[in-house]
Design a protein around this ligand. Sequence first.
Ligand code: CDP
Ligand code: MG
Length: 733
Amino acid sequence: MQRYKDPEARDKMNPFAEQEAWEEHQIGKSKLQFGSKDRKRSSDDYQYVFEDGIDFVKSSVIEGTQHEEDTDQEDADEKAMLKRELQDERKTLPIYKFRDELLKAVEEYQVIVIVGETGSGKTTQIPQYLHEAGYTAKGKVACTQPRRVAAMSVAARVSQEMGVKLGHEVGYSIRFEDCTSEKTLIKYMTDGMLLREFLGEPDLASYSVVMVDEAHERTLSTDILFGLVKDISRFRPDLKLLISSATLDAEKFSDYFDSAPIFKIPGRRYPVEVHYTKAPEADYIDAAIVTVLQIHVTQSPGDILVFLTGQEEIETIDEILKHRTRGLGTKIAELIICPIYANLPTELQAKIFEPTPEGARKVVLATNIAETSLTIDGIKYVVDPGFCKIKSYNPRTGMESLLINPISKASANQRAGRSGRTGPGKCFRLYTSYNYMHDLEDNTVPEIQRTNLANVVLTLKSLGIHDLVNFDFMDPPPSEALLKALEQLFALSALNSRGELTKTGRRMAEFPLDPMLSKMIVASEKYKCSDEVISIASMLSVGNSIFYRPKDKQVHADNARLNFHTGNVGDHIALLNVYNSWKETDYSTQWCYENYIQVRSMKRARDIRDQLEGLLERVEIEVSSNASDLDAIKKAITSGFFHHSARLQKNGSYRTVKNPQTVFIHPSSGLAQVLPRWVIYHELVLTTKEYMRQVTELKPDWLGEIAPHYYQLKDVDDSGTKKLPKGQGRAAL
Ligand code: CDP
Ligand code: MG
């Protein structure tokens, strides 16, 4: 890429100059500082607008390290060379200079809080230093991550640096995927997985060090881990605890851990120019696309990182960017688009770490994962629309929803910082400086204060922690939410009226699933259909990536999907039909293609199912099949999901039975046209409306039969429901 000093020359080179869409954005919509309406302006346009509110200090200049990864590892010589190269690279990380000091501190203190800029080497280096210093001789080193992708990718990187096979000395453990072995010394894992390990090993005896990484994220599991590790550190003086964070507000962590010393790793940070839009953007997706293209054609070489809220947004932008750049052919430099989100298959994730070829530019479309969990080298430009998906919970109604919300100032600053790691960077905020100053909260509210706690309460109860009110929370959850969780677990018969764990509860806790799903599985024993129910649970756990619907073949895809719904069996049974049909074809990939089903998701479902089958054995539930009795299967589902019942209204909408709220059947559901009078649903998603996803018809008397303590007769009285107006509903398919 050339740097265009002369705006005239830039215009000539600007392949968009004639494009209508481009004009529209230039003149009408995009009010970014750097993309001026008036093309005749001087190149001063490109000078940054440095607003205060963000405190970027220019640190001494250290040259960025060259990334020369060689992926071809077949040749042992090459592998050795790679290892040597990586060893040299390790020495260039900011943390390297503090290696000995850090190890001394670990020796001296039991608990240390470590603070260092993203990319300074905390996650990849500290566990290796501990290993080199002999800690792994006494037990494993655990390093927790809030995100699965981060745990996997960091483990892969560290195994490369150590020249060992992933899963041997260095491994990772995430839900439903254990890539570790007897040999494993350094174990990267999600915080949720370490939490589950307490169930089998309450004192974490097999570990010598626990590093709670990305502590600033304050996920629910991290917050609970804090309480648990603090507790065991009192009776295990040999256990070292490291709490590491990328943000500077470490005092809070230090205070919580009885004034633990704070170890600061001075970061290498280059100045970041922060640009704001002059007026709020109506459509941040659109604005993000325009900004990326503008950067691509007008700015000097360097990769772009765009922060988006989720997979759907990422896919949309990916598609539009591909379309627009394809239209331009060779008029512009190559733009390599790399998506990264939690469900992205592992082999595609590696792409973001590959060095960008000469003359091309990479644009990484990422979720929050790139905010602090993953360090991507070569990023010079950050595009920050200012939003993220955040879970919120209403303890009154017990409803949880994932909503797109503005980020916090702390997040905005982390995002901006991603551009200044290896050289001066620029951050384009798609909101105004006024928005930043006045509308963004300082910090994100910890997850524990905005989530359903049923799962955590069940885990804590099974760890023998009964007095939840006095549990040592860093920030306690609202007492209303705790009560609601206890209530829910009581309704699921996981707790008795004294709040003690029942046999059902103990069995439920064995499953790494939400209590409603685990209850459904445990209840399948009674209905003799555990075989079917674990298939359904696995398919539900995969998420919404079973079916795919290519734009040009939507009708075919929809027809293929409806085949599994014959008889209006409902979405749960349809998922079971998909699984069983796939199994009958001996897990054929071809069959998946023919039926518009994602083979990768199916394989994942099969893995999950295998594990659930193992867990059934552990809780001594026989695997029994009752395939012909669909009502039995539906009753087992209802045993877990009776909280999620809804009843049809005159106008075709539904009302949830308890805590009435208006909801709709999601258009992707096989029952979307059928509209049964009573349904249970797997989850609610809020898009344009509040939708129920994965819906199955319910007979109202089941509610009284299965959950008499939860539903009174009046709740399930069917007489009040009016007939459907004409034209609504449809005969069986
Ligand atoms: O944890 P922290 O943010 O302090 O840094 P890190 O994740 O240990 O990253 C240190 C270096 O390792 C960075 O330069 C990354 O680019 C590199 N890295 C990588 O190349 N691939 C990964 N999967 C993870 C880290
Ligand atoms: Mg890290």
